[in-house]
Design a protein around this ligand. Structure first.
Ligand code: GDP
Ligand code: MG
Length: 670
């Protein structure tokens, strides 16, 4: 039996992913943050085996201005879903219906899932869904995705609709001049629309709006285009507005008419009122950024010094005990010395040194997902927007940058939400300066060895350094390579919400899984390789003294280049190279090269670094080129080896210059 294809479409932050997860039982990332879902995701509806559901990215309209809009529109037009489930945020119904009206023009059977009804009811508001449904001519199911209410009704409606698809009423809201223009254009393009399989009404509307993509897709003749433009011009003249505003006005006045008082009684909901009060402080013009830094300081302090630090020590003790027992077992089994060394000083020491950072990562992501799910991160974006604008980026770029604090790979992919090529390239270049979570073990290692009583301050300074370098780079690039203005961006602030436990736990689990996966694949392999290269010389003699090894001879050459930065040591140089495979690998490499477990690593590090050169090393690791996976993502998104290599070169040069400044200027004072 062929599968029915259902599309889930709606505004950003209307709860699409939450509903998708409820219906399919999957665990996609839900965030109280516009722009979390960039790619469409497919899942099976649990209660409806014969249907596949696609979670489309959130959009406000069907114009081809942003990538999300194009993805959604192409999907509906080209994949021909049997049914659209339009999810509408009931607390924001008028703006949400704007998209609904456009979806109706596509003439695909549709059901409205009116979400967030819990908030509407809680604040004493009401929506007469029956009357609204009659007005629109579309079935409306009130639901609350987060509380799993109304889901059965929704599934029943979906089943019914699949069995007997209801035609979508032709939205009858066009009046006067627009009406005339639409019909005249529809007449001209009728054949073209049919040939290219576009719904006529939709195609005509898009041409009135001046949609270039549609114009090309319809393959119109020069003459026809000319006539259409003439029609539109006379409409604009008669209405004395421009073409897009004319349609927007028409849609909004229709929405206003059907959402009159008898249908929707909507005062501000509690959560909206509460949000306004909180925002008076958190988005304050001057206090906004200091409050953000204060919150981050507190989080780092709790993560590293209080909870995570203790858990990490326990884990270290456990790993050490394991490695001792394992070593004993190997001795009893009389395995050869080199294999014993490889397993204990290579694998156990390398993987173990990274593994012990698991609690810190999980706890940090616990806090970050609280910040994100509560809606606070969206405020930070808002506060940062002004500063971003100064360096020639739109506030939209903040989303990828924020994701960059987790991992650069999805962050670089998230730049697809940016509509301008210029903004995109610049964001791809700058995002890796946001310190990713894989670098945390490096910070943990260095602070434990050199700055045990100033951990939080050092960490915040390192993060801020990354941000600062991004800002300065932004300025420079704006003046040179990427001239031009950023695309204006209006960001909508979601209401503050209590984070859902499930979503937070999921987020932590995702991080932990990813981290463990890397520890046992990339770090595992890198540890073995590093161990081999440091245990043998070029003639492949097994060595006791690694300073004669293959690795030492390669590392020493590089160390000379790095000498002005303060770390003239082949082990530091090698660690930086292996950090390109995965950033955690810097830690496992140093651990393997100093032949010990974590406690010994802390003691061994002062042979390699002074506190000043350790800080300069930290600065270098924050800024230099990202790991191979992120580099591959850069190449994929930029579609050019040359640009990807230039990007990596820029990042590494920036790292070199900054570390050089830190070490040389610092040496004057210390
Ligand atoms: P998407 O951007 O459309 O995919 O929206 P998400 O599914 O990521 O949800 C956005 C936010 O709305 C999250 O904080 C959800 O927890 C919250 N949310 C989703 N559905 C409901 C609901 O029915 N009631 C309430 N109160 N919150 C919801
Ligand atoms: Mg989503």
């Amino acid at each position: 039996m062929t599968q029915a294809l259902l599309a889930l479409a709606g505004n950003q932050n209307s709860g699409k992913t939450t509903l998708f997860n409820v219906l399919t039982g999957s665990n996609q990332h839900v965030g109280n943050f516009p722009g979390v879902t960039v790619e469409k995701k497919v899942g099976q509806i649990k209660a409806l085996k014969e249907a596949a559901l696609v979670d489309l990215p959130g959009i406000y309209s069907l114009s081809p201005y942003t990538n999300e809009e194009i993805v959604t529109r192409d999907f509906i037009l080209k994949e021909h879903p049997q049914l659209i489930i339009n999810i509408v945020d009931a607390t924001n119904i008028e703006r949400n219906l704007y998209l609904t009206l456009q979806l109706m023009e596509l003439q695909v059977p549709m059901i409205i899932a009116l979400n967030m009804m819990d908030e509407v009811i809680q604040s004493g508001n009401s929506i007469d869904t029956e009357r609204l449904s009659k007005e629109l001519g579309i079935e409306i199911i009130p639901i609350s995705a987060a509380h799993k209410q109304g889901i059965n009704e929704l599934i029943r409606a979906i089943k019914k609709m699949l069995k007997q698809p209801q035609a979508i009423p032709k939205p009858d809201f066009c009046t006067g001049e627009v009406h005339r223009a639409l019909h005249a254009i529809a007449h001209i393009i009728e054949d073209h629309a049919k040939q290219n399989e576009y719904p006529l009404r939709f195609a005509a509307t898009k041409l009135v709006e001046g949609d270039q993509v549609m114009q090309e897709a319809l393959q119109l003749h020069e003459d026809d285009i000319h006539i259409i433009e003439e029609i539109v011009r006379s409409m604009e003249h008669a209405l004395s507005t421009d073409r897009e505003a004319a349609l927007a006005d028409m849609r909004y006045s229709y929405i206003e008419a059907i959402c009159n008082d008898s249908v929707c009684r909507l005062q501000e909901t509690y959560s909206q009122q509460r949000s306004e009060k909180i925002d008076r402080w958190l988005t304050h013009k001057y206090l906004g950024i200091p409050i953000f830094i204060g919150i981050m300081l507190t989080i780092f302090y709790i993560t590293f010094s209080v909870v995570g630090g203790v858990l990490q020590e326990w884990l270290e003790i456990g790993i050490e005990a394991f490695s001792e027992q394992f070593s004993l077992l190997l001795s009893n089994m009389h395995v050869s010395t080199w294999l014993h060394e490889l397993l204990i000083n290579g694998v156990c020491s390398g993987v173990g040194s990274v593994l012990s950072f698991l609690p810190i990562i999980v706890i940090l992501f616990f806090f970050l997902s609280l910040l994100e799910d509560s809606g606070y991160m969206a405020r930070v974006a808002f506060v940062m927007d002004r500063s971003l604008r100064k360096i020639g980026l739109s506030g939209r770029s903040f989303v990828p940058m924020l994701i960059g604090f987790g991992c650069s790979v999805p962050a670089i992919m998230a730049t697809r939400t940016l509509s301008s090529e210029r903004d995109r390239k610049m964001t791809i270049l700058l995002t890796p300066f946001m310190s990713c979570s894989a670098k945390l073990p490096i910070y943990g290692m260095i602070t434990a060895a050199f700055f045990p009583s100033h951990t939080a301050i050092i960490l915040v300074s390192v993060y801020l350094l990354g941000i600062l370098v991004a800002i300065i780079s932004g300025f420079l690039l704006k003046k040179t390579v990427f001239q031009g203005e950023c695309v204006p961006f209006v960001m909508e602030l979601p209401a503050y919400r209590i984070p859902a436990a499930k979503s937070v736990i999921l987020h932590m689990w995702d991080k932990a899984k990813d981290f463990l996966h890397r520890a046992f694949t990339v770090i595992f392999a890198a540890s073995i390789l590093i161990w081999f290269l440091q245990s043998f010389d070029w003639q492949l003699h097994y060595l006791n003294d690694s300073s004669q090894s293959i690795l030492a001879s390669i590392g020493s050459m590089l160390a000379q280049i790095l000498a002005p930065l303060g770390f003239n040591d082949w082990r530091a140089a090698t660690a930086l190279i292996s950090g390109i495979t995965a950033k955690e690998s810097v830690v496992s490499t140093l651990s393997v090269l100093t032949q010990g477990n974590d406690a010994m690593l802390t003691q061994a590090l002062p042979q390699i670094f002074t506190p000043l050169s350790a800080y300069s090393f930290l600065a270098f690791t924050v800024l230099y080129m990202p790991c191979i996976a992120a580099f591959a993502a850069t190449k994929r998104e930029l579609c050019s080896w040359r640009e990807a290599l230039l990007t990596a070169a820029y990042q590494t040069t920036a790292a070199y210059i900054v570390a050089l400044l830190i070490y040389q200027i610092g040496s004057l004072f210390l």
